[in-house]
Design a protein around this ligand. Structure first.
Ligand code: NAI
Length: 336
């Protein structure tokens, strides 16, 4: 199949070409650096499939443009599908596929990296020691042992994080409309969302972004959390109401924040903007807090994850080419 690959980075190209070669170069991959949106959809030429990533926009207008150009498959190279208008895709007869699982460990381990860095301030220590400053003032942390970690969304990543945090001696509680016995088997337990917010020293978000989870961490939720709580979001930016978070950071109610995702990240992340003036004042305010650590949507970025993402994506395209049904379809029902 001819495939237009949007938002291509060098590592995407490397791993997708490897996976395609392993299948005898069955597909003609056309790599494009721009993000997919209404202004770039016409870059699609004679392609039956589009391969897209987290910040590509696949709203109804873009899907209509893709349809006009003969696109029949959107192969997402990510797990989340909040950036696709699934109702419009169905109406237009465009099939959507995703990579439901690649390396939950990659995301869970990055979550732990954020927790440990915020707590033990290794990012500050690194800079200090290199400058000959061996003062320990301001580097005070806390033992993770005995602390309560609240996991919102106990799917693949949430379960993996539950295991790791219990290795530190933490008590882990989770909230999810679906109770998974594998989460309980780690030694963790389920509680209601209000109880999770009230009991947790660390709240970590691992549910998909849906209308139900949009701003699940809002002003009211934050107010119900412990003073000094650490909030970690490696799920999707809009799970957190950023303005409410900033207010709670200013008041001191929230003690630490670790973000790998941000509500308006599509204008920022995955690009080198270091020689430009930052236009997003809310993001700029977040960067001023000494107890906020932001990474640019890199939790998935491991060799194992990229290998699995590329293999599954090429597999989705191959199965769609053969049977009209990808291995891992996304349907409107999954929004429920
Ligand atoms: P998963 O599908 O295995 O688990 C998601 C869980 O969230 C499910 O158990 C589901 O029942 C639960 N959930 C749904 N609605 C909920 C609600 N209202 N409240 C609480 N839980 C709810 O997905 P997985 O693989 O664990 O990934 C989770 C999310 O992490 C993805 O949707 C994606 O947005 C994000 N992600 C971020 C990455 C990054 O690089 N930062 C990489 C991969 C995923």
């Amino acid at each position: 199949m001819k495939v237009s690959v949007f938002s291509t980075k060098p590592y995407d190209r490397q791993f997708l070409e490897q996976a395609n070669a392993a299948q005898g170069n069955r597909h003609d991959l056309h790599f494009l650096e721009p993000r997919l949106g209404a202004d770039t959809a016409d870059l699609v030429r004679e392609s039956h499939a589009v391969c897209a990533f987290v910040n590509d926009s696949l709203d109804s207008a873009v899907l209509e443009l893709l349809k006009e150009r003969g696109v029949r498959l959107v192969a997402l190279r990510c797990a989340g599908f909040n950036n696709v208008d699934l109702v419009a895709a169905r109406e237009l007869g465009i099939t959507v596929a995703r990579v439901p699982s690649y390396s939950p460990e990659a995301v869970a381990e990055h979550t732990v990296a954020l927790i440990l860095t915020l707590n033990r301030k290794t990012h500050k220590a690194y800079a200090r020691v290199r400058e000959g400053n061996f003062s320990l003032d301001g580097l005070l942390g806390f033992d993770l042992k005995g602390r309560t970690v609240g996991i919102v969304g106990t799917g693949k990543i949430g379960i993996c994080l539950a295991s790791i945090m219990q290795g530190f001696g933490c008590r882990v509680v989770g909230h999810d409309p679906r109770h998974d016995p594998r989460f309980i088997a780690t030694g963790a337990s389920y509680v209601g969302l209000p109880e999770l917010f009230a009991a947790s020293d660390i709240v970590s978000l691992h549910c998909p972004l849906t209308p139900q989870t949009h701003h699940v961490v809002n002003a009211e939720a934050i107010a119900s959390m412990k003073s000094g709580v650490m909030i970690i979001n490696t799920g999707r930016g809009a799970l957190v109401e950023t303005r409410a978070l900033i207010r709670a950071l200013k008041s001191g109610h929230v003690g630490h924040v670790g973000l790998d995702v941000y509500e308006e990240e599509s204008d920022l992340f995955f690009e080198n903007l270091s020689d430009q003036i930052l236009q997003d004042d809310i993001f700029a305010r977040l960067l001023t807090f000494p107890n906020v650590l932001i990474t640019g949507h890199q939790a998935f970025l491991t060799v194992e994850a990229l290998t699995a993402i590329a293999q599954t994506t090429i597999g989705n395209i191959s199965s769609f080419a053969e049977s009209g049904v990808p291995d891992h379809p996304v349907s409107v029902e999954m929004l429920a």
